[in-house]
Design a protein. Structure first.
Length: 595
């Protein structure tokens, strides 16, 4: 269906109100469907990225426990959790943090979050216990940021029950400071997405938390109880429709290690009626102030625009990212942020349920979005329930690709309907450079075609070889670590930012890299994908370009410009001081061959 923006807004508002009125009478998940587009002929072009799962050889052996294996009684067991790349010890190598759930029947010994230290030789060591991060419960999302500006990245985790803030002590250990920081919930909530964000530009990282549903095990319906507990005639877990919707939360950083709940006065709590999931914070309208997007499941998604005075206005429908192109609710789960068409603006990529296309939204630079899902050809794929995703340059050709992981929420359905398997492959859409994409399978390597029931994923360069690897959460089995073995020698550059007047992590900064007549925008994010956090070093593939010009738009409003920077290196910028490091010597420290 094709609509101009004025009619789209009018139609979308009407659809949203109608859907809200009938949602409790509808199926438990969004019923929006999109027939798959016919697949265009294959381009025949080579794809130089190649992914192999090296998790077991890298030392990531422990399974990620999350609910039942063959059946799920409650929605709590099916949503899963995220993961993160972070450099918790500041040694220049990405470490790994993996969340975990548990079981309804009790806590297995392996059911805990895990921190893995990068050994700099292609392997990792489990340092969970000594770091003080062992924790059992129903974890959901993770966001990373230096909330106290001491130079060490801290960890915030959302949970069903009680969220947790871990302060990095700078000596390899963490302390749970949730209560001391003022983030303890008096009543249990289902924390979902989260992001550190300096919404008031005071140099201190505030915290936004989305809440998924209001849920209790004591009062939850069970499969088959009502219309919200069936899918294609099969009794399944109930929800999210039919369950009460919660409110989202915003906490202002007081600058002394504590936070104050400002959800009411900021206007955040006024937006209700949706099931919040992944949260991303970036300056979408390029006015110098960070905005907040929340992907919402089976309900309209939220886009909170920053009013520059400590308040927000919710404009998801008006700006084109709340609903589908035909004005209907979708099962929004994961969110990728990037510049797929190289126009210097941050676009959005949102994942959805099976039999619906994942949504690609083009940003006009003023924070208004057009749904380009069909024109970009990604609507050829509608078979899977999709979760973690990203707009990332996998082959370093200078054109960001699309990646997503998949997995069912109803493992019991496969026994009667084998066309809906519990485990399914990953998906890669190669950017063809003309605003269209081409789905790849075996050409991208065995790490893509292997089937798993996945949720969160994070993108980062764990072996410091100049390409993007992928960490993936697989439910009730070990995670995947997809090592990227790029053929040839395409150029690249990485950008690392250190805030001074801005928050130390530079979360909310926007970076423009100019190369070969093109320009690409990226943002420093605390969360994206599905409940996950990427390598904070922004990675730009450059193709044949041997040098770049770089613009840095700092969260506090400072703009800096740098010319003719050679490629194939990590460049560190400090706010107000310029380039403080141009280095890529750490690769030589690898003591075991990668390939």
């Amino acid at each position: 269906m094709s609509l101009d923006r004025r009619n789209f807004i009018k139609f979308s508002l009407g659809s949203a109100f109608t859907a809200s009125a009938t949602r409790l009478l509808a199926q438990g998940v969004s019923t929006h469907t999109t027939p798959p587009m016919p697949r265009p002929p294959a381009s025949g072009r080579p794809f130089n990225a190649h992914f192999v799962d090296v998790a077991l050889s890298a030392g990531l052996h422990e399974p990620i426990i999350y609910g039942g294996v063959d059946t799920k009684k409650y929605i709590l067991e099916s949503t899963g959790c995220g993961c993160a790349f972070l450099d918790y010890d500041n040694d220049g190598w990405m470490d790994i943090f993996l969340l975990s759930g548990t079981r309804l029947s009790g806590d297995p010994p392996e059911a805990t979050n895990r921190l893995y230290k990068n050994n700099r030789n292609g392997t990792f060591g489990d340092v969970t216990e000594e770091a003080g991060l062992r924790a059992v419960g129903w974890a959901s999302g993770v966001c990373i940021g230096d909330y106290n500006n001491d130079g060490f990245e801290d960890i915030f985790c959302t949970y069903f029950g009680q969220n947790r803030l871990y302060r990095n002590n700078g000596d390899g250990t963490f302390t749970d400071v949730t209560k001391a920081a003022g983030l303890w919930n008096q009543e249990p909530r289902w924390g979902a997405g989260c992001t550190f964000v300096d919404y008031d530009r005071d140099g201190h990282l505030d915290l936004f938390v989305s809440n998924y549903v209001r849920f209790s095990l004591e009062h939850a319906p069970v499969p088959g109880d009502n219309i919200n507990c069936n899918w294609k005639g099969i009794p399944v877990e109930c929800g999210p429709r039919g369950l009460p919707t919660p409110r989202n939360s915003l906490y202002r950083n007081n600058g002394d290690g504590t936070f104050t709940d400002v959800s009411e006065q900021s206007g955040i709590s006024k937006a209700t009626g949706s099931y919040g999931m992944t949260v991303v914070a970036a300056d979408f309208d390029e006015d110098g102030w960070t905005d907040i997007f929340v992907a919402c499941d089976s309900t309209p998604s939220f886009l909170f625009m920053n009013n520059h005075d400590g308040t927000f206005r919710e404009e998801g429908v008006v700006r084109g990212v709340a609903l589908s192109d035909d004005g209907m609710e979708q099962a929004g789960m994961g969110v990728g942020v990037g510049d797929y068409d190289l126009d210097g603006h941050l676009d959005l990529f949102k994942t959805h349920f099976a039999e619906d296309a994942n949504g690609l939204y083009h940003n006009d630079g003023k924070g208004y979005f057009d749904d380009v899902t069909r024109s970009s050809h990604i609507a050829v794929e509608t078979r899977y329930i999709c979760w973690g995703d990203g707009i990332v340059d996998l082959d370093n050709d200078g054109y960001p690709d699309l990646f997503m992981v998949t997995g069912n929420v109803y493992p019991e359905v496969e026994r009667k309907l084998p066309q809906y398997p519990n485990k399914s492959p990953r998906a890669v859409f190669r950017n063809l450079g003309n605003r269209t994409f081409e789905e790849l399978g075996e050409q991208a390597g065995p790490g893509i075609t292997e089937a798993h029931c996945s949720r969160g994923c994070a993108f980062g360069d764990f072996d410091n070889d100049g390409d993007l690897d992928i960490l993936i959460v697989n439910l009730n089995e070990p995670p995947s670590l997809l090592r990227n073995d790029i053929k040839g020698s395409p150029n690249w550059i990485k950008v690392r930012l250190e805030g001074v007047k801005s928050n130390r992590s530079a979360i909310g900064a926007r970076v423009l890299v100019h190369y070969g007549g093109k320009v690409q925008a990226q943002a420093v994010l605390s969360q994206s994908s599905f409940y996950s956090c990427n390598d904070p070093r922004l990675h730009f593939g450059l193709g044949a370009s041997s040098s770049v010009d770089i613009e840095v738009c700092w969260p506090n409003g400072l703009h800096e410009h740098y010319k003719n920077i050679p490629s194939n290196q990590l460049v560190t910028f400090r706010e107000g001081a310029g380039i403080v490091s141009t280095d890529w010597t750490r690769t030589s420290k690898l003591t075991a061959p990668k390939k």
